[in-house]
Design a protein around this ligand. Structure first.
Ligand code: AGP
Length: 615
């Protein structure tokens, strides 16, 4: 959950590193720091609690020269956010320096052993232990910095993405990873960039190398790039050409990344089905499914594992797979699944959903499922991410970088891909009629335009937000595929406006939560036309009778609830199975505007980070 950046080449390192850290702040922003190799053959470290701007204020006019360096923006895991625990950490009296994203699980034992060998520590972090371990290995074995890192990492348990500098080797940086993401950018002649993802790199080079687990890369100013594994076996790297453009990660004129990403959804939904479905040929093509069709055809159960918003997408998919493909589905929180000794069968198909592709709990659950012989299919948004690389097959959501911590376009992209998969499997196993398949194709193809229509209601939704900005509680209710939408709407409001909100199946209200209803309780009903609409209307009346303040999302043209609800938001007509792609949009906008009115930090909410790469 931290962001790391490194540079070595002919340019000034400091501005490149700082700009890179600013692009990675969505990964964590508890503290920031840099280490620079300066001409005096020394490493200079500047680090400070707070955001990158706080670091810049701290550095002021200090000497930031140097053409190689490393930088880090932190999301605290071991030790509170403060100056001392900020990265980079050093050893050998400041001549060794490291930045790290991940968790060293055996750091306490290593620290005790190192203290017994005379090492003194100043921070609470696992990272400082790692750089002292590297120093200790160098002392014991008179090895090069690269060899010492290889030996040290063989003693380490846990996850890491590290970049190390050695003042006595000013012409190189050493990077290594296991279970945490790391990308190397190949610049001009012997110029290298290294970062947690491609966003700090893309404005300098489109050529990147995704380091694999337990690989160590030496980026040398004169000798070029050499990659070896921990057993010192040389690896031939594969250079990928990025399709990311720098403007894709700018705000594009919106006040916040989150709003930009909400408004990108007509395109991101289209990009998620582009090239995968054809109305003319009445077909869906998903190579990740077709190349493993035997596993899907024989699946007795589909397990969906995910966290947060991605878990909500999985809940929608449960309805779709059971409706279209008639395959039993179980949706699991990855964090629960991985520890409850679950029953996993070799004829299970597991779908892992993750925007970042780095969520530690989801990654661990995937590994458990693979150990037990299940076929694991990944749905990720980040190309080359750990989950994308560890699953047996998969499909990218192609939503583009999602910088806002609150997931929006990734959610609807996940729903789009899951819909395609459920339709494709249902058609291939004969449980989805060709008539309904064809109709759904046309309906899915019309969703981007309907989202555009919904986004035109932004001003109206902003007015509604004004009315509810001071409430401290909220209820979101829906049934069927709109029940997960209620959960997702509540999560959005919680995580960016800090209002306590809960999502419930509408019918559950009478089993307790209806006791919460009074004139202070806003209740957002997702009440679009479907097989259970009449039941939802009854639920609306139950809440109204008890004085609740109602906002209803209804299918356009329906006036049933106008007399009961304070506000009605009209949703374009669509097949009921596809409703979540539309009903979630107004709820995203509502939470965004309420958060802005409450002057919350919409893109970087307190306590959160975009990618939860620790347990
Ligand atoms: C969603 O708005 C949250 N930021 C969070 O719940 C997120 O969905 C969750 O951490 C899972 O992340 P992933 O999709 O990258 O695995």
């Amino acid at each position: 959950m931290c962001g790391i950046v490194g540079y070595i080449g002919e340019k000034d390192a400091f501005p490149i590193i700082i700009k890179g850290l600013q692009r990675l702040e969505y990964r964590g922003y508890d503290s920031a720091g840099v280490a620079l190799q300066q001409d005096n053959d020394e490493l200079t470290v500047y680090k400070k609690k707070g955001k990158v701007q706080d670091l810049l204020d701290f550095v002021g006019d200090a000497d930031t020269s140097g053409s190689s360096g490393i930088g880090h923006t932190r999301w605290a895991t071991h030790g509170p956010p403060n100056d001392v625990n900020a990265h980079p950490h050093t050893a050998r009296l400041g001549r060794l320096s490291i930045i790290h994203n991940g968790i060293i699980e055996n750091y306490e034992a290593l620290r005790k052993s190192l203290e017994a060998s005379g090492h003194a520590f100043v921070s609470d972090t696992d990272t400082e232990v790692l750089i002292h371990l590297i120093e200790e290995v160098q002392n014991r074995t008179d090895s090069t910095i690269c060899e010492a890192i290889q030996i040290a990492l063989r003693e380490v348990e846990g996850a890491y993405a590290i970049v190390v500098m050695d003042a006595s080797m000013p012409n190189l940086l050493v990077a290594a990873r296991k279970s945490s993401p790391l990308v190397i950018g190949v610049g001009a002649e012997n110029e290298y960039f290294v970062a947690s993802d491609a966003t700090p790199i893309v404005e300098y080079t489109q050529n990147v190398i995704y380091l694999d687990d337990e690989e160590v890369a030496v980026m040398h100013r004169e000798e070029g790039l050499i990659i070896r594994n921990l057993d010192n076996v040389k690896i031939t790297p594969e250079v990928h050409e990025l399709e990311l453009q720098i403007e894709a990660i700018e705000k594009g004129g919106f006040d916040h990344f989150m709003l930009k990403e909400i408004f990108e959804q007509p395109n991101s939904i289209h990009d998620s089905f582009r090239g995968r479905m054809s109305i003319q040929r009445n077909e869906i093509k998903l190579s990740g499914i077709d190349q493993h069709w035997k596993r899907w055809e024989g699946a007795q159960r589909i397990l969906i594992i995910a966290c947060g918003t991605s878990w909500h997408a999985g809940l929608v998919a449960e309805y779709l797979f059971e409706d279209f493909a008639r395959i039993p589905v179980e949706v699991e929180y990855a964090s629960e699944f991985r520890y409850r000794n679950p029953i996993i069968r070799s004829d299970d198909v597991v779908i892992a959903i993750s925007q970042s592709g780095e969520t530690a709990d989801t990654l661990a659950a995937i590994r458990l499922a693979k150990e037990q012989g299940a076929h694991v299919f990944g749905i990720c948004n980040v190309v080359g991410s750990s989950i994308a690389r560890e699953t047996d097959s998969g499909a990218y959501t192609h939503a583009g970088p999602e910088i806002g911590v609150a997931s929006t376009k990734a959610f609807t992209a996940q729903l789009t891909v899951l819909t395609l998969i459920a339709m494709h499997v249902g058609q291939r196993n004969g449980n989805l009629s060709s008539k309904r398949f064809s109709r759904l194709l046309v309906e899915l193809n019309s969703i981007p335009e309907k989202v555009e229509q919904l986004l035109k209601q932004d001003a109206k939704i902003k007015e509604i937000a004004v009315k509810f900005q001071h409430n401290e509680n909220a209820l979101y209710l829906g049934r069927g595929v709109n029940f997960p939408v209620a959960l997702e709407g509540a999560l959005k409001l919680k995580e960016i406006s800090y209002i306590h909100a809960e999502g419930y199946p509408s019918a559950e209200m009478k089993h307790g939560p209806i006791a919460l209803i009074d004139e202070e309780m806003p209740v957002f009903f997702v009440a679009t036309a479907d097989d259970v609409y009449e039941k939802v209307v009854s639920n609306v009346q139950e809440v109204k009778a008890r004085g609740g303040r109602l906002v209803a999302l209804v299918t356009s043209g329906n006036s049933d609830l106008k007399s009961l609800a304070e506000f009605v938001i009209e949703i374009p007509k669509c097949d009921q199975a596809l409703a979540p792609l539309l009903t979630t949009i107004p709820l995203q906008l509502l939470s965004y505007h309420i958060a802005v009115l409450r002057e919350c930090n919409v893109d970087q909410p307190r306590n959160l980070a975009k990618s939860v790469t620790v347990e």
